[in-house]
Write a protein that binds this ligand. Structure first.
Ligand SMILES: NC(=O)C1=CN([C@@H]2O[C@H](COP(=O)(O)OP(=O)(O)OC[C@H]3O[C@@H](n4cnc5c(N)ncnc54)[C@H](OP(=O)(O)O)[C@@H]3O)[C@@H](O)[C@H]2O)C=CC1
Ligand SMILES: Nc1nc(=O)c2c([nH]1)NC[C@@H]1CN(c3ccc(C(=O)N[C@@H](CCC(=O)O)C(=O)O)cc3)C=[N+]21
Ligand SMILES: [Mg+2]
Length: 295
């Protein structure tokens, strides 16, 4: 049934709550470990979605008490240079989490760089070891955006088991891991992508629709089943009023909100949840590998 007033899944509020919990955890652990947790972020060139991420991440690290180590490389940085930096960070005892901003410029091989990251410092959960654990439903570092989607669904007690979930987008960063996590929670999952035929009909089947495409407002009302839960992962910078740029998701929020039961806004939805999960992964690595007496 269609709900006339959709409930907003408030990622910003939940992310703030998670960050407060992390702040307390860090304060307690730091007195035992003798240093704060450290997160290193490698960014190459300029990508607007990455720039938003980096900014919010740095702010959040400061709030929680994580030392944030940003390395911004020019767009023509070499594979060897980046691999060398990652190896140094693997050895650096002050660093608990390493993240390489994606996408990387064309001339770089992102997969082999992700493989350079020590799996225990893989704050983004993109190393093959951590992805393999996800496939097997073993515990391990989990990709931040998909983990953020799942945490937000959980917070609002949205039933997943037995529901039809459609994920649009099949990237290793978002689409594939989120589909696996929904499957782990016993959803019946369909993955749609650029070759999917009859995308509209596929989407209209979804009880839970996750859009991770990168196409501003492509999910219009006619693609959504009334009463569906709509999760908008997209972060797109578009020109708004008076030539000012603004962020929009992959979902046409206003019209879809009229028929959805729950919907995430952009900004204020999955973006802040991603940041919270990144900090959470970093703190978890910090705890696990520096407090041998607790598990
Ligand atoms: N909120 C957050 O924290 C985050 C937001 N993002 C945002 O999410 C979006 C997706 O990111 P990411 O997964 O990295 O992007 P990618 O570009 O890696 O993947 C996009 C996916 O969308 C599919 N696709 C493209 N066009 C269509 C179409 N017309 N119909 C159906 N499927 C289509 C592609 O299909 P195919 O595989 O066939 O090419 C691909 O699988 C971006 O806006 C990004 O900025 C990303 C990470 C975190
Ligand atoms: N290895 C890797 N992992 C990623 O998770 C990753 C990445 N690369 N590359 C770029 C994309 C994009 N991304 C965002 C995360 C948070 C916000 C975010 O905080 N968004 C706020 C924006 C608020 C504002 O500043 O206006 C919001 O949606 O409310 C945005 C974008 C992570 N990504
Ligand atoms: Mg968002």
């Amino acid at each position: 049934m269609s709900a006339s007033i959709p409930q907003i899944l408030d990622g910003k509020a939940l992310a703030q709550k998670i960050q407060l919990e992390l702040k307390e955890k860090v304060a307690t652990l730091e007195s035992k470990i003798g240093r704060p947790p450290g997160l290193a972020v490698l960014m190459v060139g300029d990508n607007p979605a990455s720039a938003v991420y980096v900014r919010n991440k740095e702010r959040a690290c400061q709030k929680v008490g994580i030392a944030s180590l940003g390395k911004h490389f020019p767009g023509d940085a070499t594979q060897a240079e980046l691999a060398e930096t990652i190896k140094e960070l693997n050895q650096d005892d002050r660093v608990d989490g390493i993240l390489v901003q994606l996408p990387l410029p064309e001339h770089l091989d992102s997969i082999s760089l992700l493989h350079c990251i020590h799996p225990d410092k893989d704050a983004d959960g993109l190393h093959q070891v951590n992805l393999g654990k996800l496939v097997r439903s073993e515990s391990g570092l989990r990709s931040c955006t998909p983990a953020g989607v799942m945490r937000l669904l959980q917070e609002y007690h949205i039933p997943i088991s037995g529901k039809k979930a459609v994920v649009i987008g099949r990237s290793i960063l978002v689409g594939k891991p989120v589909a696996l996590m929904l499957l782990e929670q016993n959803a019946t999952v369909t993955m749609a992508h650029s070759r999917t035929e009859n995308l509209g009909a596929v989407c209209r089947e979804a009880d839970i629709l996750v859009a991770a495409v990168g196409k501003p407002e492509m999910i219009t009302r006619d693609l959504v089943k009334p009463g569906a839960v709509v999760i908008d992962v997209g972060i797109n910078r578009v020109e708004g009023k008076e030539g000012k740029s603004k962020l929009v998701g992959d979902v046409a929020f206003e019209e879809v909100a009229e028929i959805a039961s729950y919907i995430t806004p952009v900004p204020g939805g999955i973006g802040p949840m991603t940041v919270a999960m990144l900090l959470s992964n970093t703190v978890e690595s910090y705890r696990q590998f520096n407090t041998p007496d607790v598990d």
